[in-house]
Design a protein around this ligand. Structure first.
Ligand code: SF4
Length: 550
């Protein structure tokens, strides 16, 4: 039983919700009367409601994100039917803009807009205070209220008639030094099996209009020494996979250095027990002080997520993104050549003013730098994001349903965007998966975008599917594609041209040989996995005192 339940639907089990742990850690005297319940999208809404109500909570705090807003809406509707007295408070980026609120807000009693650690605790204190008791915190001291709402005490939310508008509470930016750190709330299961999200700074000073962080206007660091002490405690407890959610980790060189040095020291203590670190970097800022540290990390320990989004200076200027392309290109080349960091680099399709030819040129430019992964993302209109100001002038048509992806604009029509959505999906399966490392260069040739688009169009025509294509099926399809490979395709939509020259024959044979290498690697990995599974079954059988069955 708990008076307060903090819950969310994560995209995957491996994603432990840092936001809920922040709320829990900052509940003060109410912490002991609160529990965190985490679910995964796809869980049955009724079963989630049942588990929440088993705690007999009076207050439910729900984290709402673009990936869970639909399912969370269904959940709240069910809860309000069977337990109308339950006070539902929403938070998270998807509900943080009162003027652009999704339908779920109408079902809730209150919505906390912005960083909610302090405001949520104050609200719970007011709601759970015995009737007639005063509350020193007052009616949400320091917090504003959104449009169409009204200031007031928690009693208002408690007594809210079902037809009343929800109360929007705009949370002020908290003093990060005064926040209780959430990391002790990762349990042993989290440390062993899930990504451990950590945060060395909050906010972003850049103004990329497609991004909600552009509204932050600044990045504020958490005090460094206590943060590193938290990292040390997590590492001592067994955490090895750390994901930094800082939007621009490499912005402040001194704190970045201190954190990298901390991990290098831990790796040096026991090189056989490495860590896995994920950081988001801005691409054009890699001073020598950072380079000398980055190149010391052993293979398999660093992953960098780097946003390029577009190489077109006019497009990036239009959306408020500052980026030195020459510096970014040189940094990416250095990272690829001088370090073992895994590079995941983002591009966006559909930015206002960038047509498919422009995107294709940017894709080819990035391919030449050979990052390990290229994320081809379709532009989304996130609720509250300033990119909305281009909607009229560039005829931006977004999907009205989450994730609010672009359907068409003045430069790319709907069929064009559909082609790009399939391109992105197949690129994930083939280009980014790492499974086709030997054959990919043969697939891309000297015109990566055009050649992959031609393959993507052919694959969709052959399979009619973008999901349910396992590695074996993809391998078979690639074999067919390579078998027809008589010369370079004639552009994005053209079929391979007929006829077979000697050069084309050797190109086809080289591609098929590369595919065989990929197949051999698949088979080797499958055998290793079978061996590992059998060893695990043997261990289990020994523990149970029985013989394994196969
Ligand atoms: S895209 Fe990155 S750099 Fe730009 S505002 Fe968002 S977080 Fe900041």
């Amino acid at each position: 039983m708990a008076a307060i339940v903090l819950a969310t639907l994560n995209a995957r089990h491996a994603h432990a919700a840092l936001g809920l742990r922040y709320l829990h850690a900052n509940l003060g005297e109410l912490e002991a009367d609160a529990v965190i319940l985490e679910f995964v999208i796809g869980n049955q809404s009724e079963a989630i409601a049942e588990q929440i109500l088993e705690q007999h909570p009076r207050v439910l705090g729900l984290g709402v994100y673009i990936w869970n807003v639909d399912e969370t809406t269904r959940l709240v509707a069910i809860l309000k039917r069977v337990a109308p007295e339950l006070i539902v408070i929403l938070g998270g980026p998807e509900v943080s803009f009162a003027n652009d609120a999704p339908p779920i807000c109408a079902l809730a009693d209150a919505v906390v807009c912005g960083p909610g650690e302090i405001v949520f605790a104050q609200l719970c204190r007011e709601l759970l205070a015995p009737a007639g008791a005063g509350c020193d915190a007052g009616p949400m001291a320091g917090a504003g209220t959104g449009a169409g709402t009204g200031a007031g005490t928690g009693a208002e939310a408690r007594a809210r008639p079902r037809t009343a508008a929800p109360r929007f509470i705009v949370a002020p930016w908290p003093d990060l030094a005064a926040l209780a750190a959430p990391y002790r709330l990762y349990d042993d299961h989290d440390l062993a099996h899930r990504h451990i999200y950590v945060e060395a700074s909050r906010g972003c000073p850049y103004r990329c209009e497609f991004c909600l962080s552009s509204l932050d206007r600044t990045a504020v660091p958490f005090p460094l020494a206590p943060f590193i002490a938290e990292l040390a405690r997590l590492h001592d407890r067994g955490a090895r996979a750390f994901k930094f959610i800082d939007r621009t980790f490499n912005l402040k060189v001194d704190s970045c250095r201190a954190i990298l040095e901390f991990f290098l020291e831990r790796i040096a203590r026991d090189p056989g027990d490495p860590v896995y670190l994920h950081f988001e970097l801005i691409p054009d800022h890699l001073p020598p002080a950072l380079r000398t540290l980055i190149e010391r990390f052993p293979a398999g320990t660093l992953q960098f997520e780097i946003g390029i989004q577009s190489w077109d200076a006019e497009v990036t200027k239009r959306i408020g993104r500052r980026q030195d392309n020459a510096q970014a290109e040189s940094n990416l080349a250095w990272l690829r050549q001088a370090t073992t960091a895994h590079l995941h680099v983002d591009l966006i399709v559909g930015l206002p003013g960038e047509n498919l030819a422009g995107f294709a040129a940017g894709f080819d430019r990035l391919c030449a730098l050979e990052p390990h992964e290229i994320q081809v993302g379709i532009l989304k209109r996130l609720r509250g994001a300033p990119i909305d100001r281009h909607t009229q002038s560039f005829a931006m048509r977004y999907n009205p349903n989450p994730p609010y992806d672009l359907l068409s604009n003045q430069d790319i029509d709907f069929p064009g965007m559909r082609k790009m959505a399939r391109f992105a999906r197949y690129w994930d399966l083939i280009g980014n998966s790492g499974r086709f490392a030997a054959s990919l260069p043969h697939l891309l040739g000297s015109a990566p975008f055009d050649n992959f688009m031609a393959f993507s169009q052919w694959l969709y025509a052959a399979t009619g599917a973008t999901h349910g294509l396992g590695p074996e099926r993809l391998l078979a399809e690639l074999r067919q594609w390579f078998s027809r490979l008589d010369c370079e395709p004639r552009g994005a939509d053209g079929p391979p041209c007929p006829g077979s020259t000697g050069t084309a024959r050797s190109r086809r044979e080289a591609a098929l040989a590369a595919l065989e290498q990929d197949l051999e690697r698949f088979q080797r990995i499958a055998l290793e996995r079978r061996g590992q599974n059998r060893a695990a079954r043997l261990r289990q059988a020994r523990n149970l005192g029985a013989e394994p069955t196969g």
